[in-house]
Every structure is written in C-alpha cells, then in structure tokens.
Ligand binder design. Structure first.
Ligand code: ADP
Length: 488
C-alpha cells in the first residue's frame, strides 16, 4: 500500500500544534507495518534547520489556480531517524513568510490561495516523481481542498491516475474550518456550482473543511468520543449536520505519543530518570523543579501543574476562579503557557500574590514542559472540549496523575481512579463548572495522602500503551476501507 500524508505542519520541521506531532509520528509507525508512506508539506523558511540532506526533485512546476500562475519547486528530505521521504513544496511568494498561517494575530488574507496552490502542487508532484499513492491522508482545512480537487478541479480530475486515488481526511479541531469570501472559489479555479449548501457553501462563506467532509472517502478525528461529540450542535461548530450525514464513514482514532521524545527512563531534559518500578528519580525531578521555579523545597506538598495554550478551549474560565481558594491549601501550583493576554495577566498576578505557592512561566519552553511532566504530582486539564489532547498522555507516562474533564480524547484516555487505588489512572469530572473541577482536585489531593494507593494509580498510568503502534494499525485498516469505498 502506498500512502501520502499531506499536512501543513510536520514535526520537527514546522509546528504550531498537535497536527505536527501526528504528521511526524504516524508515518514512521506506518512504515513499520510495511506501508510505502511519504509526507508532503510546504517549505517554510527555517525548515532546513531541522532537515538533513535536502535535494531538489522537481526544479520547476507550474501551478495554476484560476487565472493565477505560481512557480514552484519541490525538494525532498527524510523524517529524522528514519527513511520516510518528506517532499517540501517551495512556492516562495506564498510560503516565504514569518508565520505559518498568520502574523501578529492576523490570518494571511490569501490563505486560500496559499494552501490551494499547495494542494494543487501535490497533484503535479505525484505526476512529476512518477509515484502514485493508493490513498492520500489529508489533515485540517489546509489540505481539505485536495479531496475536492481530485474530483472537481478541471485539470486534476481529468487525469486517469490521479482520479483513482482514494482520500482519508482527519479533523484535528472543528473550530478551525478555513472560511473565505465566496469569490475565493473562482480564484481557486473550482466550478461555481460548488458554492452550494450540498458542497462548500457555509452561511455565505466558502468553507474548505466542509469540502473535505463532503468529498473525502473516509473521515476520521483524533478520538472516538470527539467523533461522537462533533455530530452534536455543542461541538460540531455548525457542521454537525454534514457529519451526521456521513456518520457511517466517520471514525475516531486516538493519537499516540512519540516514545522517543517522551520517555521518563531516557529524557535528556530531566535531572534524573525513573520507571514505573523505581520512582526515586521522580522525587529528584520534583526537588529540582521546585528549585528551578523558586518554590519551597517541600517533597510532601502536592505539586499541581498545567501546561497549556491559554485559550478558552482549555477550561480557564472554570479554572481561574478557583485558584485563589485552592492556593489556601498546602499545595503548590506551576503553570506553563502562552495565549490570551487576559489569562496571562490573571496568572501573573496570582503568582505574584502567592509567591511561595505558585509559579507562572508565560512562554513556550519545551524543556520546562518535560520537567513539569516529570516533577509534578497532579496534572490539571479541565478542557471545555479536547479533540485528543497530548498532555494528559504525557502526564500518564510520567506518573503525574491527570485531573481531566470527561470530553473528547480526555474521556478516552483517562479512567476514573478508585479511592483504594485498585482501579483507574486519574480523576474525571463531567459538569463544566468550577465546583465540579474543585471536587475532582479534592479527590486527587485526598488520594495523594494515601501513598500506597497513589503509587498504584501512578504506575497504572505509566504502563498505559500510548504508542503509535495500535493507532497506526487502525489507520491502515481505514486506508484499505477508503480504497474499497472509492472503487465500489
Ligand atoms: P493543543 O494541540 O490543543 O495545544 P495538546 O495537549 O494536544 O493541545 O498539545 C499541546 C502540545 O504543546 C504539547 O506537546 C505540549 O507539551 C505543548 N505545549 C503547549 N504549551 C506549551 C508551552 N507554553 N511550552 C512548551 N510546550 C507547550
């Protein structure tokens, strides 16, 4: 089976979120199953810092969208540590910019042309290199035009080989759909009839994600619970009806985590290593972390940690109101995050008022993220919605017991702990209220005071299989299903 994974970001070359992690980690796992898998992404400035041996494979292809022509070059490298090829589509007029999608908080106005040209370049790249995938795996709005173009673009849909390719489309977050003015459709060179409610029209806008939901052969999202949730008005962001209409083709597959990057037994960011059978190193990590953050050296005080984008999605409107009350107890709290200025200001002020109990690091710091996962006791993730979530998976693996809301991938990865420690891996609450979150934190603190039961919960979480192996098998099954579906 030949599979091409198309993504606007791929770790370690370019990353703004979880999509990059999936695009960087799923292909090697598929390769281990014998799939001829390749990856394609735009060439942004700085990609060469993480890429080795970049070679040019297609010096010049012409990409036409409507009446606009773009000169494009295709380079190739491989994912680090394996030989999965990565094609880099170089269209300097569109991608040689400081941001991936935006600058100073403003989306680039021509994002439809940027990613439309990328999608079209993918088709011509396949012809140019003479390698045809059985399935193209597309992700999020940036590559949502590809399933549409394979069937409806006047040039691509006429090609005998391209038109045979099946597509699987993965939704990483329903909140980002790629909405553009109606005239964008003509600029992209697609037929005017696609601006209809049955295709890509969405409340007077052109909706790229909707195009993929209509045209892709198989749809997936990143957890089984989120797959159900997005078919409801609360989580579907206006596309729940389209998703309900395709519920037979919609599947949820939980993301894995990169075990090479996130392994407490061998993590270069940590002062000490530890395993489920020997947690002594975790105590050393906690001691060092307290020193690094300027918190009192106190081995028995429960250390609660948060690593998060500071975004309403992540539950800050129920978390922030209870922090002052929480900090009156014998606890410590360490927050790492960037995002909304309003949340940053509240966290900064709270940490200044509670210097002995709380630290707030308002920046992006991957090393500190690893040390917080290792040195913390309890991880807080009270998301309003969470397609999959990675931090709760890292927490489980690092013996930092998660407190999560029962939604999306959190519901699928954390199992409620029993007070005797005999079952479960964390603490799960349902209502989206400060009180429900507070009660869940109280339950965690109460179990923390029973070391034997606590160790059992920690160990069970650390042993959970969050590797990509199982998820890769599920994707492979669905690639076959997409192929059958396509050819039927
Ligand atoms: P989302 O993709 O919605 O932001 P996830 O939990 O799926 O949430 O993934 C977030 C990723 O970004 C994790 O790898 C997490 O460690 C990392 N991260 C988020 N904020 C920071 C930060 N301020 N510093 C370092 N890493 C961060």
């Amino acid at each position: 089976m030949n599979v091409l994974l198309a993504s606007s970001e791929v770790a370690p070359f370019a990353k703004t979120g979880g999509l990059a992690d999936v695009a960087g980690a799923l292909p090697p796992a598929l390769a281990r199953h014998g799939v001829d898998v390749r990856v394609i992404m735009p060439r942004y400035p700085g990609v060469e810092k993480a890429a080795e041996n970049i070679t040019t494979v297609l010096p010049r292809i012409d990409v036409q969208l409507g009446t606009t022509h773009y000169a494009c070059r295709v380079d190739a490298t491989t994912l680090p540590g394996c030989d999965v090829p990565v094609y880099l589509v170089d269209i300097p007029t569109l991608f040689d910019r400081p941001g991936l999608y935006q600058e100073t908080g403003q989306d680039y106005a021509d994002n439809h042309m940027r990613f439309g040209a990328f999608c079209k370049a993918i088709a011509w790249t396949l012809i140019g290199i003479g390698w045809m995938p059985d399935v193209i795996h597309c992700n999020d709005w940036q590559t949502a035009l590809l399933p549409v173009m394979l069937r409806e673009d006047p040039q691509i849909s006429q090609d005998a080989e391209l038109s045979q390719i099946a597509t699987l489309y993965t939704i990483h977050n329903m909140a980002y759909q790629g909405l553009f003015p109606p005239e964008s459709l003509a600029a992209l060179g697609l037929p005017p009839r696609l601006f209809s409610p049955a295709a890509m029209e969405f409340y007077g806008h052109l909706n790229l994600m909707k195009g993929a939901l209509v045209y892709a052969d198989i749809l997936t999202t990143v957890s089984p619970t989120y797959a159900r949730e997005i078919q409801t008005p609360e989580f579907g962001c206006g596309l729940e009806g389209v998703l309900q209409g395709r519920s037979g083709d919609l599947f949820g597959i939980l993301n894995g985590i990169d075990y090479d990057q996130w392994n407490p037994a061998d993590d270069a960011y940590l002062p000490a290593a530890f395993t489920p059978d020997d947690l002594a190193g975790k105590a050393a990590c906690k001691r060092e972390l307290q020193r690094e953050l300027g918190l009192p050296d106190s081995p028995d005080t429960p250390l609660l940690v948060i690593i998060s984008r500071l975004d309403p999605q992540k539950g800050f409107d129920i978390l922030l109101p209870l922090l002052q009350r929480l900090l009156q107890q014998n606890v410590q709290l360490a927050v790492l995050g960037t995002g909304l200025a309003e949340y940053e200001a509240i966290l900064r002020e709270l940490s200044e008022v509670n210097r002995n109990r709380m630290s707030a690091t308002l920046k992006f710091d991957n090393g500190l993220a690893h040390r917080l996962e290792a040195g913390g006791d309890i991880f807080l993730m009270p998301s309003r919605y969470e397609p999959c979530g990675l931090n709760q998976l890292y927490s489980l693996r690092y013996g930092t017991v998660p407190v999560v809301r029962h939604t999306g991938g959190l519901a699928d990865s954390v199992e409620q702990a029993w007070q005797d420690g005999s079952r479960g891996t964390g603490f799960v609450f349902g209502d989206y209220t400060s009180e429900a979150l507070y009660q869940a934190i109280e339950s965690a603190l109460s179990l923390y005071r029973q070391p034997t039961a606590w160790r059992q919960i920690q160990r069970r979480g650390m042993m959970r299989d969050s590797s990509w192996a199982a998820s890769a098998t599920r994707y492979l099954d669905l690639y076959h299903q997409a192929q059958r579906h396509r050819r039927a």
